[in-house]
Ligand binder design. Sequence first.
Ligand code: XMP
Length: 513
Amino acid sequence: MKNEMIIVLDFGGQYNQLIARRVRECNVYCEVKPYTMSLDEIKALNPKGIIFTGGPNSVYDETSPHYQKEIFELGIPILGICYGSQLMAYTLGGVVETAPVSEYGHTEVTVDTGDVIFEGVSENTVCWMSHTDYIAKVPEGFKITAHTSVCPAAAMSCPEKKLYATQFHPEVMHTKEGMKMLSNFVYKVCGCAGDWKMDSFVETTIQSLREKIGNGKVLCALSGGVDSSVAAVLLSKAVGKQLTCVFVDHGLLRKNEGDEVEAVFGPEGPYELNFIRVNAQQRYYSKLKGVTDPETKRKIIGEEFIRVFEEEAKKIGSVDFLVQGTIYPDVIESGLGKSAVIKSHHNVGGLPDVVDFKEIVEPLRMLFKDEVRKAGLELGMPEYLVFRQPFPGPGLGVRIVGEVTEEKVRIVQDADYIYREELHKAGVDKDLGQYFAALTNMRSVGVMGDFRTYDYAIALRAVMTSDFMTAEAAQIPWEVLAKVTNRIVNEVKGVNRVLYDCTGKPPATIEFE
Ligand code: XMP
């Protein structure tokens, strides 16, 4: 069964993914597509509705992204947001101009609650604005449905043609009743039934994986992270022992992590699959000996992963399918990609080239992270696995500044373990995006007992973030930090100083390298 779908047509707005997530939170499947998609391609997808995103441009600038007028004549409901609303107005004969007063941030908007988009919304409601252009005159056939003190057409609609537009952003949480507006659009305007639910996703995916794979052989590189773990469990439910998971312990995992992964996916765990753990710790340490440059370390770790995986895959023989835990943001970012490379991260590139297989299987490629987690819970996976914080592919390799040695790995593992344990005990971990201990390359003088020490400084990091693109340093209660510090210097040999990283991203990054 195919899910009903809403398309988000991306005009370069920074909230494109967020709009899609919000629509999915309404239980309606939604995909982001580039504005260069042709009308025929759009029609072929048979969407129940289309949402135009915002964007940084001005519609009256010839070089800005536009869309042919015919899209408004398909009879498919359209909601234009910010730039999208101006584009709708401009294309249909309205007037868009530079606003006499720009509006940014929280803005009180007066809405016409008789308009279907604002049904159930308060007459005066706080919305998030971010615009320098505005709709000076709405197109013929449209009526103004909201205004602010400086923006005469904060929303407009033409119900006969099912066209709606808001100058503000209903998708961001600062728009207090934005979810209600989006839900009105998808249910009351587009007539969706709401068939996107995780239980049906899990069920239909297992079914279609079975059909696709038949009695073929499947190989999965399991890292223990959320995405590859959920992908492995889905596959194991679908094809059981036809699946082999290879887990490479590169010696740069958090304390006890290798054993935890083995306990879940190994022979003693609840899943029926073939599990191979490769203990490649020493191999990695010797490759990393003397290497201090962060990018070189990353490349060595990535490259070595491929070599180890390749060796194991050769032992297994030719496989039919290779599983990857690609998720939707990876798909969008590579498809519409535009950002600069700060670090050569994310996913183990190159894997497909070195293994003899027929096809890649990516069962999670249409899911956002929180949906992957919901699917994991639906599959009955333990919560501690499903709600794991992100952990970088090169692991502690990028949390040890400078050269990696076995001794330094031990230090950072032990310090990190204490930090995580204490944050959990204090109940502050659940509000954090990411938190860990890193080992600086700095040694300094201290005194323990009556002796002089010259030991390493551990840096503690904790950030609040929702998208990991920007982050703020978290304000961990002082008494918790004091306890962690005390335990680390007492229990972890080789450390005599503990520092807390107060820097946000930007200008720092979340990891240290
Ligand atoms: P940064 O340090 O760039 O990190 O602010 C943003 C997010 O990405 C993770 N990260 C990585 N993930 N391979 C990965 O798979 C990497 O090399 C890598 N470096 C950073 C980081 O943990 C954070 O969640």
